[in-house]
Design a protein around this ligand. Sequence first.
Ligand code: JFZ
Length: 459
Amino acid sequence: KPTAHIALKYGSITPKNRQDKAMKDFRAYGLGQFIHWGIYAIPGNEWEGVSARKGAAASEWIRAWRGPTAPKDWTTTYDNLYKQFNPVAFKASKWASQAKQMGAKYMIFTTKHHDGFALWPTKYSSYNISATPYKKDIVKEVVDAYTAEGIDVFLYFSILEWNNPDYLNKAPETPAEKEKFNTFLTYTKNQLLELLKNYPQIKGFWFDGTWDKSWISASEFTYNLEKELREVHPGLIIGSRFRNDEFGKRHFDSNGELLGDYEQGWERKLPGDYTWLNGNDWDAVMTIPPNGWGYMKDWSGVYIKTTEDILAMLMQSVSMNGNFVLNFGPDGLGNMHPGEDLLAKEIGDWMKTNSEAVYGVRHADLPETKLGYYTEKEEYLYLTVFNRPINNIARIAIPKKATQVPVEAQILGQVQSLQITHADIGLDLDKNTYYDIKIPASFNPSKPFVLKIKREQAV
Ligand code: JFZ
């Protein structure tokens, strides 16, 4: 942590915890959906039926990772996959209604990944959807369909492009390099302004591919670009992965202030402790396989997260004031993977009963419990129970100095009210006192359940 405040030219622009409607909505989302879709969906992590990488495979990286059975000229083969891109089964409304039933309140869609292929008919590159047999504007279809379902849309955008001759992965030095990279910067700016113009309903950008020295060296340009995007689109939400300050500091500037509106570093990982977050807004994005964002044909031989795994990550995230975003990678025809369909269905079934503990909730300032995760909303405390006690008594620790105490409890989806006993076990030096909630022995759900606990002023 820096001690003295540095005068930064290209530091953080927006205040911590923006209080406008867009950011208030963001804070209340709870659950989101990510979709990685592009021409990498065609190979689906395989050349000739053999995985390019097992285990930590990320199929959208197949062009870079090559693999044992890749064709000799694999980059050319890959770059030409667009000529086969014809997702006849794609129906944006079908994806959107699935996301809706799953309980997603926002979604993030890949407009352009590291391969540089644009899923919208951009004027600034011919390497885009209009050159495929499919032809139609996929970004528009997705934005319209999700917006119609009441799901807010964010656009994923990779700055880095593997096959763009103007792109550079090191800081430009020679005049020729500088000129080329400036062309690239202008192109990037044009595409972003184009996306805002074409899809004015979007709520924000989810940036990626911003780690190369070239982009890092362009702090003046990226600072001005962030300003311009915000001017053109008031309320726009940008994460901390967009740009860095003039000292190359990413995510947080040299004064420790978040760059952008929410912390975007939680990718396939979750904060272990609430204090790490320092009160910043954040979201976590998560794959279902270990590390596959794009379509992966073969899910065998790797651990596939279960519905319970996902629900635990969701509740861990929202209990720490973050959103949890689950990634889907549709195949080259536009179908979700069957494993994704199953998870979406099971999460949605769970959310139908329990979403009250997910949407619009905040971190509850209570001692952590091994039973599960707390969230809170108004006078209610929610405890999502993942570990049911053997004696069916959920014991809740409440600080002795707390002004609010539990008075009523019920299980979400159940009508009966549960008995609460004050168990003042009377240990000296213990800062807490305890409340015991009796879980009916006859209640045996197959999934985690939520205790909804009403609190009142302590007397
Ligand atoms: C990036 C991409 O490379 C990947 O294909 C996928 O789109 C994912 C959502 O984002 O991967 C990253 C980016 C940043 C980190 C890790 C993986 N990071 O900051 O730890």
